[in-house]
Design a protein around this ligand. Structure first.
Ligand code: ZN
Length: 283
């Protein structure tokens, strides 16, 4: 496993960690000034802005883009809506290319409104990924399917384990062209008894495109917005990182913390300083 001491260049900050409270240009400056090597911006910060200018700023400050967040949900109630979702993702992929993103993060989407058809939603995901793969190749930006914790199966993602995400990769991209893989997020995957085996498989199949860290608080108060800072919860992050890196992953360790009541209330530079310290001491 890599030693992260003094190696913030190996670490990245997902901009959600700062709560999207400031303009992206300021966020980019803060992350670069704090010494990190990477940034993962969100579409809400990029779309409607001068994407090329943002890309130039990121590059000028020496940051890599460890990922671009994130896809429009795929499953839809109607064919027209499904096609609109595909087109929205194609547009986002073009922005990801402009940014030089190392991957486009796919959060697949949950059940369409009023639907109880979980299998149908999952098959729409497979169909949608197949449609997006060509665009990803054209743009030179790989798609990283991020399985989400099963508590989000209804409203955010019907892909809930790493093994399931890998099955989709194989179904859609059997020849493994390098444009379809997975994002492993500690928050979503830590509980999975099959995780170690799935990480090994993902590595062997060369599919690990991103690694996200935060912590799971034992007394979690909110399903979405109460992620913990690394070291404050129950996840054995060093063991997890060892598994991911032993499987061959050598990309950024990306911090991604949604924390409405805690970290998003704090001074952004203090949050970044704490991330830096915990990455080196608890990951
Ligand atoms: Zn994530």
């Amino acid at each position: 496993m890599r030693n992260l001491q003094g190696r913030l260049d190996l670490c990245s900050i997902n901009t959600a960690t700062l709560g999207h409270r400031e303009p992206i240009s300021l966020t980019i400056d803060r992350i670069a000034r704090a010494g990190f090597g990477g940034i993962a911006p969100w579409r809400r910060e990029i779309e409607g802005a001068d994407v090329a200018q943002i890309a130039r700023q990121i590059k000028a400050l020496g940051l890599s883009v460890s990922g671009y967040c994130r896809s429009t949900a795929l499953p839809a109630a109607t064919a027209a809506e499904f096609n609109a979702n595909i087109e929205a993702n194609r547009a986002a992929l073009r922005d990801a290319a402009t940014l030089g993103a190392q991957c486009f993060v796919i959060v697949t989407g949950g059940l369409p409104a009023q639907s109880r058809d979980l299998l149908g939603a999952r098959s729409q995901v497979v169909e949608g990924m197949a449609m997006l793969l060509d665009t990803a190749r054209d743009c030179g930006v790989p798609l990283a399917i991020e399985p989400l914790h099963p508590m989000y199966a209804a409203d955010r993602a019907v892909v809930n384990t790493l093994a399931q995400a890998l099955d989709i990769c194989r179904a859609v991209d059997a020849e493994n062209t390098g444009y379809l893989g997975v994002a492993i997020d500690a928050y979503h995957c830590w509980w999975d008894p099959a995780l170690a085996a799935a990480i090994e498989t993902a590595g062997r199949e060369n599919r690990i495109l991103a690694f996200h860290v935060c912590d799971w608080l034992r007394d979690t108060r909110d399903m979405l917005l109460d992620r913990g800072m690394m070291g404050d919860g129950v996840i054995d992050l060093p063991s997890l990182r060892r598994s991911v890196e032993s499987a061959g992953y050598d990309g950024h360790v990306e911090v991604e913390i949604f924390s409405a009541q805690d970290w998003w209330q704090r001074d952004p530079d203090q949050v970044l300083a704490t991330c830096a310290e915990r990455l080196q001491s608890h990951c």
